[in-house]
Design a protein around this ligand. Structure first.
Ligand SMILES: CC(C)(COP(=O)(O)OP(=O)(O)OC[C@H]1O[C@@H](n2cnc3c(N)ncnc32)[C@H](O)[C@@H]1OP(=O)(O)O)[C@@H](O)C(=O)NCCC(=O)NCCS
Length: 193
């Protein structure tokens, strides 16, 4: 079951990252990593061919209030994103539980340092402790071993394989995983925000 999320004004900190809403001033950083071939493609969208393309997506991020920017503390650059997305009803297994899907992308220059794992773990805590979601869903294209490792390191449980239709129209064999909010799950006294 889907639930409305609004990350406006939320700032989450990790050792190396400030996880916060997007600003218009992030446009150049966004275009810098989104225009690199092979980054978006792994997540199912084509790399950006112009800064105008990035501007349109950035406006969606800003207006929809569900996608975090990842600011690298060392140089204050925005180096990626983590979105708290609507669960695809085809993969929504629970009628009476609130869930969301996590999606992410990181600038190629920063791969292999454990940064996305660090970001996703913090966003999971936010989803479970603050948003009080019951579960999270996450998936990766079966050829995307890097994403698979992030998912494994964040201790999601494999559920099933399925065909995922990407933003760019590709249909890809994918693996889906979930994580239940055990903390909230046993607690009847929940106040949803
Ligand atoms: C998937 C992604 C977010 C991983 O981010 P990351 O911060 O590099 O993640 P980690 O540093 O935790 O690395 C994850 C795994 O990727 C592999 N990896 C990362 N960088 C690598 C590199 N340059 N060369 C080879 N392997 C690499 C490692 O196997 C690592 O697993 P390990 O910790 O067991 O060694 C990043 O590669 C990315 O943005 N990819 C393109 C977009 C995408 O795939 N999004 C997810 C869609 S489902």
């Amino acid at each position: 079951m889907d639930v409305c999320v609004n990350i406006n004004g939320i700032e989450l900190k990790t050792e190396r990252l400030l996880i916060r809403p997007w600003n218009y001033s992030d446009l150049n950083d966004f275009f810098e990593y989104a225009s690199v071939c092979g980054v978006g493609e792994m997540a199912g969208w084509n790399h950006h061919k112009s800064i105008e393309e990035s501007r349109k997506i950035l406006e969606i991020f800003i207006n929809e209030h569900k996608t975090f920017a990842l600011e690298f503390k060392d140089n204050k650059k925005v180096i990626g994103s983590v979105g708290i997305e609507k669960i695809n009803p085809l993969y929504d297994p629970y009628e009476n539980m609130y869930g969301k899907e996590i999606g992410y992308v990181l600038s190629k220059d920063y791969w292999g340092r454990g940064l996305m794992t660090e970001a996703v773990k913090r966003v999971i805590d936010y989803c479970f402790d603050d948003l009080r979601l019951d579960y999270l869903w996450i998936s990766h294209w079966i050829k995307n071993d890097k994403s698979r490792r992030v998912i494994e390191k964040c201790e999601f449980e494999f559920i099933k394989e399925f065909e995922y239709t990407c933003q760019n129209g590709d249909v890809r064999p994918s693996k889906g995983y979930q994580k239940l909010n055990v903390r909230r799950h046993n607690n009847e006294d929940r106040t949803r925000i």
